[in-house]
Design a protein around this ligand. Structure first.
Ligand SMILES: [Zn+2]
Ligand SMILES: [Zn+2]
Length: 137
Protein backbone atom coordinates (compact mmCIF):
# COMPACT_ATOMS: atom_id res chain seq x y z
CA UNK A 1 0.00 0.00 0.00
CA UNK A 2 2.50 2.62 -1.14
CA UNK A 3 -0.16 4.34 -3.18
CA UNK A 4 -1.00 7.82 -1.98
CA UNK A 5 -4.55 8.36 -0.86
CA UNK A 6 -6.58 11.33 0.21
CA UNK A 7 -9.49 11.47 2.63
CA UNK A 8 -12.68 13.43 2.68
CA UNK A 9 -16.17 13.43 4.03
CA UNK A 10 -19.42 15.29 4.41
CA UNK A 11 -19.88 18.37 6.56
CA UNK A 12 -21.19 16.51 9.63
CA UNK A 13 -18.68 13.68 9.41
CA UNK A 14 -21.23 10.85 9.20
CA UNK A 15 -19.86 9.94 5.76
CA UNK A 16 -16.12 9.50 5.32
CA UNK A 17 -14.10 8.23 2.40
CA UNK A 18 -10.62 7.74 1.09
CA UNK A 19 -9.51 7.44 -2.51
CA UNK A 20 -6.31 7.20 -4.56
CA UNK A 21 -4.54 10.47 -5.23
CA UNK A 22 -4.33 12.09 -7.69
CA UNK A 23 -7.66 11.15 -9.28
CA UNK A 24 -7.78 10.05 -12.91
CA UNK A 25 -9.52 13.27 -13.83
CA UNK A 26 -10.59 16.48 -12.16
CA UNK A 27 -12.93 19.06 -13.69
CA UNK A 28 -15.33 21.76 -12.72
CA UNK A 29 -18.96 21.63 -13.79
CA UNK A 30 -21.02 24.80 -13.98
CA UNK A 31 -24.22 23.17 -15.19
CA UNK A 32 -27.33 24.54 -13.55
CA UNK A 33 -28.04 21.24 -11.82
CA UNK A 34 -24.61 21.29 -10.14
CA UNK A 35 -25.24 24.89 -9.09
CA UNK A 36 -28.60 23.91 -7.62
CA UNK A 37 -27.26 20.86 -5.87
CA UNK A 38 -24.22 22.57 -4.41
CA UNK A 39 -25.84 25.93 -3.74
CA UNK A 40 -22.64 27.30 -5.21
CA UNK A 41 -21.09 28.49 -8.46
CA UNK A 42 -19.96 25.07 -9.61
CA UNK A 43 -19.03 21.55 -8.66
CA UNK A 44 -15.44 20.34 -8.59
CA UNK A 45 -15.70 16.75 -9.72
CA UNK A 46 -13.08 14.01 -9.67
CA UNK A 47 -13.15 10.57 -11.24
CA UNK A 48 -11.60 7.39 -9.88
CA UNK A 49 -11.91 3.64 -10.32
CA UNK A 50 -14.92 2.73 -8.22
CA UNK A 51 -13.15 -0.27 -6.68
CA UNK A 52 -10.56 2.14 -5.25
CA UNK A 53 -13.12 4.07 -3.20
CA UNK A 54 -13.39 3.25 0.50
CA UNK A 55 -16.51 4.79 2.03
CA UNK A 56 -18.14 4.58 5.44
CA UNK A 57 -21.54 5.94 6.38
CA UNK A 58 -24.85 6.02 4.58
CA UNK A 59 -25.60 8.12 1.53
CA UNK A 60 -29.05 9.03 0.22
CA UNK A 61 -29.68 9.27 -3.52
CA UNK A 62 -31.45 11.86 -5.60
CA UNK A 63 -32.00 10.58 -9.14
CA UNK A 64 -31.36 13.51 -11.44
CA UNK A 65 -31.65 13.50 -15.23
CA UNK A 66 -28.80 14.54 -17.54
CA UNK A 67 -29.49 16.47 -20.74
CA UNK A 68 -28.97 13.17 -22.54
CA UNK A 69 -31.94 11.78 -20.65
CA UNK A 70 -29.73 9.40 -18.69
CA UNK A 71 -30.18 9.09 -14.94
CA UNK A 72 -27.61 10.79 -12.73
CA UNK A 73 -27.51 9.45 -9.19
CA UNK A 74 -26.57 12.33 -6.94
CA UNK A 75 -25.54 10.84 -3.61
CA UNK A 76 -25.49 12.97 -0.49
CA UNK A 77 -25.37 12.77 3.27
CA UNK A 78 -28.99 12.64 4.50
CA UNK A 79 -27.96 14.23 7.80
CA UNK A 80 -26.10 17.36 6.64
CA UNK A 81 -26.88 17.41 2.91
CA UNK A 82 -23.32 17.48 1.57
CA UNK A 83 -23.13 16.11 -1.97
CA UNK A 84 -20.44 13.42 -1.93
CA UNK A 85 -20.69 11.15 -4.99
CA UNK A 86 -22.18 11.25 -8.46
CA UNK A 87 -22.87 7.98 -10.24
CA UNK A 88 -24.40 6.86 -13.51
CA UNK A 89 -25.18 3.53 -15.14
CA UNK A 90 -22.44 4.27 -17.68
CA UNK A 91 -19.93 4.89 -14.89
CA UNK A 92 -20.86 1.53 -13.37
CA UNK A 93 -20.27 -0.19 -16.70
CA UNK A 94 -16.91 1.55 -17.03
CA UNK A 95 -15.88 0.80 -13.44
CA UNK A 96 -15.55 4.44 -12.46
CA UNK A 97 -17.29 6.80 -10.07
CA UNK A 98 -17.33 10.56 -9.56
CA UNK A 99 -16.77 12.39 -6.28
CA UNK A 100 -17.36 15.99 -5.25
CA UNK A 101 -13.85 17.23 -4.64
CA UNK A 102 -15.04 20.05 -2.39
CA UNK A 103 -15.62 17.38 0.26
CA UNK A 104 -11.94 16.42 0.38
CA UNK A 105 -10.21 17.35 3.63
CA UNK A 106 -7.46 19.10 1.63
CA UNK A 107 -8.55 21.17 -1.37
CA UNK A 108 -5.93 23.88 -1.59
CA UNK A 109 -3.91 22.18 -4.33
CA UNK A 110 -6.74 21.13 -6.63
CA UNK A 111 -6.14 21.99 -10.28
CA UNK A 112 -9.12 21.06 -12.43
CA UNK A 113 -7.95 20.36 -15.98
CA UNK A 114 -11.21 21.10 -17.73
CA UNK A 115 -14.18 23.34 -17.11
CA UNK A 116 -17.49 21.97 -18.21
CA UNK A 117 -20.77 23.77 -18.89
CA UNK A 118 -19.10 27.17 -18.82
CA UNK A 119 -21.94 28.62 -20.86
CA UNK A 120 -24.15 28.42 -17.78
CA UNK A 121 -21.39 29.56 -15.40
CA UNK A 122 -22.06 32.48 -13.09
CA UNK A 123 -20.74 35.60 -14.81
CA UNK A 124 -18.21 36.52 -12.15
CA UNK A 125 -16.33 33.21 -12.40
CA UNK A 126 -13.04 33.54 -14.32
CA UNK A 127 -11.70 30.24 -15.63
CA UNK A 128 -7.91 30.06 -15.98
CA UNK A 129 -6.42 29.47 -19.39
CA UNK A 130 -8.44 28.02 -22.17
CA UNK A 131 -11.38 26.00 -21.10
CA UNK A 132 -13.54 23.51 -22.88
CA UNK A 133 -17.25 23.87 -23.05
CA UNK A 134 -18.16 20.25 -22.87
CA UNK A 135 -21.70 18.93 -22.87
CA UNK A 136 -22.88 22.19 -24.30
CA UNK A 137 -26.48 22.56 -25.28
ZN1 LIG B 1 -23.11 14.58 6.82
ZN1 LIG C 1 -22.85 19.62 -13.46
Amino acid sequence: MSEERREGGCLCGAVRYSLPWPPRWLVTCSCSNCQKQSGSALSVVGMIARDDLALTGELATYTDTADTGNAVFRRFCPRCGSPVLTDTDQAREQGIIFFKAGTLDVTRDLEPATHMWTKSAQGWVAFPGHHEQLLEQ
